[in-house]
Design a protein around this ligand. Sequence first.
Ligand code: NDP
Length: 267
Amino acid sequence: MNRYGVFGNPIEHSLSPVIHTLFAKQTGLDIQYDKVLAPINDFAHSAKSFIDQGAKGFNITVPFKIEAFNLATQLTLNAQTAGAVNTIKVNGSELIGENTDGTGLVNDLTKNLGIDLDNKTILVLGAGGATRGILLPLLKQAPKRLMIANRTTSKAEQLALDFSSYGKTCGFGLEKIKDTPVDVIINATSASLDGQMPTIANGVANDAICYDLMYGTQTPFMDWANANNAKMVVDGLGMLVEQAAAAFEFWTGKQPNTQEVIRSLRS
Ligand code: NDP
């Protein structure tokens, strides 16, 4: 039996063991997947002892994604551009760091929701770790333009600059969002965690696809999108399952049926 797990602090809330156990059942693999509560200042030691116990790989969630980036001995392009690692594969003495968050979001949008991002105008709210992780996979879909708007303007400007070689990007403050519609809005701020919605021009949501990375509850962003004539309003549960599926495939080479798992979690 191969052993995997997820590191975080806190970790009790994590749905990853449920998701990976369903994937294993679907694909006929015999795996053990644990939640590991690592001490805030001792992630590397915890991870090494998990590897010494024979683990083949693990996921990493808040607040250890940057420490996992530093622990990896090799990085995929997704991980390099994200500056953070959410998946490590143990390959002999090599620890291969990947970031599957952006692949998860893009697969949910394109495969599960049937949204074609090619030549579309995308507005991303927020310029934190999640935004850094989703930008490259979004830009690979060849959108017409990808705008990053953030409360702290300089962070949005910096991200737009960092990713400008992968597509047409621009960054500005939330107050600069125009009152005219875009095709897709992605809320990658953590405002929903505090029950808040940043104040932005309402007209931008008209007929747009509005996607909140947060999941598990109807968020203020989703309420705002519904109130402002959005075409489709979605939470981040599909992304959570898809990023897990990309990690599962990275470790095992097997592609699980994500729609079945998303349906099961929603019910
Ligand atoms: P970070 O802490 O790295 O970044 C937070 C971002 O939110 C910053 O840009 C910050 O702006 C902005 N922000 C916070 N509060 C407010 C507010 N009240 N008004 C406006 N902007 C605000 O968080 P992450 O990037 O790691 O996570 C963002 C969200 O994505 C979380 O809700 C997380 O749960 C979700 N997520 C979901 C995943 C999934 O699988 N579905 C995967 C990964 C993340 P500033 O720079 O000005 O501080």
